[in-house]
Design a protein around this ligand. Structure first.
Ligand code: DGT
Length: 242
């Protein structure tokens, strides 16, 4: 099938323009549909960069990135963007209603689709508390929202589009552990066959993932489940105990 959403990195190296050292070096892994692949590592390890290579914000220096066996460099940009729901580290909300913000990327979304997405993103409750519900106005950049509320709206917006591949860049960092866990569980249930790639700094966010990749100074320092890495990966052990 051509529409599965298998993401494959093959020996990917990338360096920012003018930089002496590559920020990613020899990265190989596969992220599969129906699974969560998490990338954990300290600040500056290259996690955001790795994620941003998938929608081609940057192109590889060597190696390749494939989606369902096709090199993303040979894909039409619109085809690639349609497959991907990218949730950036900083939520990009604009002045307008919540509904308008949710329809950014899928203008024809129905109110029901918006409500479903908000539900999955654990955002229904605080949206419904507002008198106007999804018709409530967000101030510029969501100034009248908490960091965690912004993250949840940003996640809901991606859900409205129903992409095959979700990319979350530290999108759970402002949530308390319980909401973080609940949201990821709902996400998994509601998007059963999607490919989910999560970048995070804290263990709580990655521990349920089918595959955890430990990124250290631009290189893969280990791959496994939470239990496996706890047993055999010193860098992961350090992150857990820090
Ligand atoms: P985080 O977000 O603090 O958890 O860190 P990571 O792991 O997401 O790291 P990342 O990919 O943001 O940055 C990795 C390295 O690349 C770090 O040394 C900063 C550098 N870097 C990031 N963005 C740029 C850029 O636009 N230009 C240049 N020259 N370097 C960048």
């Amino acid at each position: 099938k051509s529409c599965d959403g298998i993401v494959e990195f093959k020996d990917v190296t990338f360096r920012y323009e003018g930089a002496e050292k590559p920020v990613l070096e020899g990265i190989s892994f596969t992220a599969k549909p129906g699974e969560t692949t998490a990338v954990i590592g300290s600040t500056g390890a290259g996690k955001s960069t790795l994620l941003q290579m998938i929608p081609r914000f940057y192109d590889v220096e060597s190696g390749s990135i494939l989606i369902d066996g096709v090199n993303i460099q040979n894909m039409k940009q619109s085809t690639l963007r349609n497959k991907i729901g990218y949730v950036p580290q900083k939520a990009m909300l604009f002045s307008g209603t919540i509904a308008e913000n949710m329809r950014y990327g899928k203008e024809e979304a129905t109110d029901e689709e918006i409500h479903d997405a908000l539900e999955t993103a654990q955002a229904s409750e605080f949206v419904q508390k507002r008198e106007q519900g999804i018709q409530s106005i967000l101030e510029q950049a969501g100034a009248n929202l908490s960091g965690g509320q912004k993250q949840r709206l940003s996640i809901a917006r991606a859900l409205v589009r129903k992409p095959q591949i979700y990319l979350f860049d530290d999108s759970f960092s402002a949530l308390d552990y319980k909401t973080d866990s609940k949201l990821r569980y709902a996400l998994k249930t509601e998007t059963s066959n999607a490919t989910i790639i999560i970048v995070a700094q804290r263990v709580n966010t990655v521990k349920d993932a089918e595959k955890i990749i430990v990124l250290n100074e631009g290189k893969i320092a280990g791959v496994g489940t939470h239990e496996e890495l706890l047993n055999n990966n010193t860098i992961y052990q350090e992150i857990v105990s820090s």
